[in-house]
Write a protein that binds this ligand. Structure first.
Ligand SMILES: Cc1cc2nc3c(=O)[nH]c(=O)nc-3n(C[C@H](O)[C@H](O)[C@H](O)COP(=O)(O)OP(=O)(O)OC[C@H]3O[C@@H](n4cnc5c(N)ncnc54)[C@H](O)[C@@H]3O)c2cc1C
Length: 462
């Protein structure tokens, strides 16, 4: 008689299955099922594309982590800041994007560290293991080492920043209405940085104050607001074709924006900026200072013990991976990828999206034993709005400006918006506000918090 009968095999098999089911989700279960765990860090442009591409493969277990619960369409943040759109129009919860994919687990938590050797990602109170790691944690507002300027300025990098700017702008109008003798001091806005973000903010604040809210006030003329845009270089939109930069400058000036080129900020204090212009030093005052002059990679890049570029981005190889850890990919604003002509790719959404899709493909190729191919970037072009029905677009040699540029901008920004509901909401809001100069989102929440009380206190002190 055999030592183990056939029925024993069946029982043992059933027991193993039960045991595997119990520990479903653990690394061991994944290994037994030959599954690989991919951690995608960041729900921005890069992370989203990577997850969308990876989740189609049910043999992969994907863990998607972000400190927020949403993917954010940053190019339209300025429309939140200038009270055109609501936060929900440009953000979409990560969970809703992956709800039908059981192989994706979404975690809302802060990534506090990474152990390359142990292949672990540290969260606020737990540690997760990975086979592959995609780091797409983006950038934060950078002050060129002058971090003390942060306290006097508002950056524009996330929803909180945009809502803070919106709140401060709307409060400045209310305070001026209550005390018209201070209107000149209060309605005085300075934006530092003449790239797309600075241009779009300057244009939209001009539109808000000169057109949209002008009839809402009785004691002040909001059209008299002073809006200054400061740029260190000799042109606005320095990465665009020069003819478009010149057009942009003129278009903004027509809207009443004071454009200061060749002007470097030397010092910033509470309500003033010390500037170095071609004519010499100058001090200007401002009620609200918006910093749109630079970004730097998130601080975690410094802890990776890898080579960084000047913006603290991780220098990656031709596969968007770390040279000594090919299972770790770094993409988007966090990465410094050198192209064949020796230049690093810019921190724009199309780079992050293409890299996200590329690393997902590379992981799948590696798992199936195929050789990976180097990343190649397909440059699509640049665009920026100046105001209503006015934008510039530089699309692979095709230059558009004015209404045509604006139509191109509108199409692209709707096309890349995630989720049909958001696309529709934005389109309807734009049609409404562009046709009527209509209401927008001008509700001030928590009006009595420190911004206002401090401003009142300061006035009382004077
Ligand atoms: C105001 C503004 C306007 C812009 N306009 C344009 C434009 O018109 N065209 C264009 O191409 N690009 C534009 N950009 C740039 C573009 O948005 C970025 O290049 C793009 O978002 C980079 O994608 P990413 O995936 O690398 O990072 P992000 O999209 O920034 O995503 C990073 C994610 O990581 C999360 N995160 C960060 N740190 C942690 C942590 N420690 N733990 C957990 N989660 C974390 C963040 O919450 C975020 O969701 C603009 C950017 C800004 C700020």
């Amino acid at each position: 008689m055999p030592l183990i009968e056939e029925r024993h095999f069946t029982e043992i098999h059933a027991l193993i299955n039960l045991w595997l089911l119990k520990i479903e989700g653990s690394k061991f279960a994944n290994l037994m099922k030959n599954k690989h765990t991919v951690i995608v860090a960041g729900a921005g442009f890069g992370g989203l594309q990577a997850v969308k591409s990876l989740m189609k493969d049910s043999d992969l277990e994907i863990i998607w982590i972000d400190r927020t619960n949403h993917h954010l369409f940053q190019p339209l943040l300025y429309q939140i800041a200038s009270a055109v759109l609501s936060p929900a129009d440009i953000a979409i919860p990560a969970r809703s994007l992956t709800r039908n994919r059981k192989n994706v687990t979404v975690i809302m938590d802060e990534i506090t560290g990474i152990s390359k050797e142990k292949k672990e990602v540290m969260l606020s109170n737990r540690t997760l293991k990975y086979d592959y790691l995609i780091l797409a944690l983006g950038a934060r507002t950078g002050y060129f080492g002058k971090n003390e300027w942060k306290q006097y300025t508002s950056g524009l990098k996330n929803l909180n920043d945009a809502l803070q700017i919106r709140r401060r702008l709307l409060l400045s109008f209310e305070e001026a209405e209550n005390d018209p003798s201070r209107a000149e001091e209060l309605l005085n806005y300075v934006i530092v940085g003449g790239g797309p973000t600075g241009v779009e903010l300057a244009g939209s604040i001009a539109e808000l104050s000169r057109k949209i809210i002008r009839d809402d006030f009785r004691n002040i003329d909001t059209a008299k607001s002073k809006i200054t845009l400061i740029e260190a270089g000799s042109d606005l939109l320095p990465t665009f074709d020069r003819s478009l930069s010149v057009y942009t400058k003129e278009a903004l000036m027509k809207r009443g924006v004071r454009v200061m080129l060749n002007t470097r900020v030397k010092e910033i204090s509470k309500h003033s900026l010390q500037l170095m212009t071609l004519e010499g030093e100058k001090v200007i005052s401002a009620n609200i200072i918006i910093w749109a002059a630079g970004v730097e990679a998130v601080p975690i890049t410094s802890e990776l013990n890898e080579k960084l570029d000047r913006q603290k981005r991780v220098i990656v190889n031709e596969n968007c991976a770390l040279e000594d850890h090919p299972e770790i990919f770094v993409i988007g604003d966090m990465a410094a990828f050198k192209t064949a002509d020796g230049k690093y790719l810019p921190g724009v959404s199309s780079v992050a999206m293409q890299q996200g899709r590329y690393v997902a493909r590379t992981i799948k190729r590696e798992i199936s034993g195929k050789k990976s191919r180097p990343f190649e970037y397909f440059e699509k072009g640049n665009m920026a709005t100046i105001g209503r029905k006015d934008a510039v677009a530089d699309l692979r040699g095709y230059k558009m400006k004015g209404f045509l540029g604006w139509l191109a901008w509108l199409f692209v920004h709707l096309f890349y918006q995630v989720g049909f509901k958001n696309k529709l909401n934005i389109l309807l809001t734009w049609i409404w506000s562009y046709l009527t100069f209509g209401a927008g989102v001008r509700v001030i929440t928590d009006p009595m918090n420190e911004d206002k009380t401090e401003s009142k206190k300061q006035h009382a002190d004077n």
